[in-house]
Design a protein around this ligand. Structure first.
Ligand code: S3P
Length: 179
């Protein structure tokens, strides 16, 4: 893999419930970029929900689908890519994203994440007897990967619109520095 970076895309990474999808859509609109959500694309291509893939084939099968998709993303241009929460926790995925995208991590505290996801049911990893503990454990395990992003934005006290503004600002800054 080449070390040269061409920041033609923007990738949002971060834990579940940090607002990657809502922020990603707003950013794509503002930059006039395409929007792509890795979870949505996997579901559209397989015709199955993520819960179903996890349940019937296990997490490893889902991670393989993610890895295949990540390799394809290198061919994209002018795209805001919103990634599943576990995708950057595989070093090769993050390395691949970095070759063509500015990588921005949306961060949130475990308390805030819990507040945002507690009434949602579509995330198999949080179907645990103690989802709050699961969030803490997963977040701690993934933090070293999330911290490798080019930019880290704390979303705890910001609306999706405010976060989107920051993301756009950082992207424009990075592009002007690249010229
Ligand atoms: C996952 C996060 C989910 C989805 C899958 C696994 C994770 O995406 O990819 O349920 O490992 O954190 P979101 O971060 O968009 O919820």
């Amino acid at each position: 893999m080449s070390n040269t970076r061409h920041l033609v895309n923007l990738a949002l990474i971060g834990f579940m419930g940090t607002g990657k999808s809502s922020v990603g859509r707003l950013v794509a609109e503002q930059l006039h970029f395409d929007y792509l959500d890795t979870d949505e694309l996997i579901q559209a291509r397989t015709g199955r929900t993520i819960t179903d893939i996890f349940g019937k084939e296990g997490e490893a099968a889902f991670r393989k689908l993610e890895q295949q998709l990540v390799r394809e993303l290198a061919a994209r241009k002018r795209t805001v890519i919103s990634t599943g929460g576990g995708l950057p926790a595989i070093a090769a995925n993050l390395a691949s994203l970095r070759t063509h995208a500015l990588v921005i991590c949306l961060w949130a505290s475990p308390e805030k994440i819990w507040e945002r996801v507690r009434n949602q049911t579509h995330r198999p990893l949080l179907r645990s007897p103690n989802p709050k503990l699961k969030i803490r454990e997963l977040l701690a395990a993934r933090e070293p990967y999330y911290r490798q992003a080019d930019v880290l934005i704390n979303t705890d006290l910001r609306s999706a619109r405010e976060v989107a503004q920051q993301v756009v600002h950082q992207f424009k800054l990075a592009q002007s520095e690249q010229r």
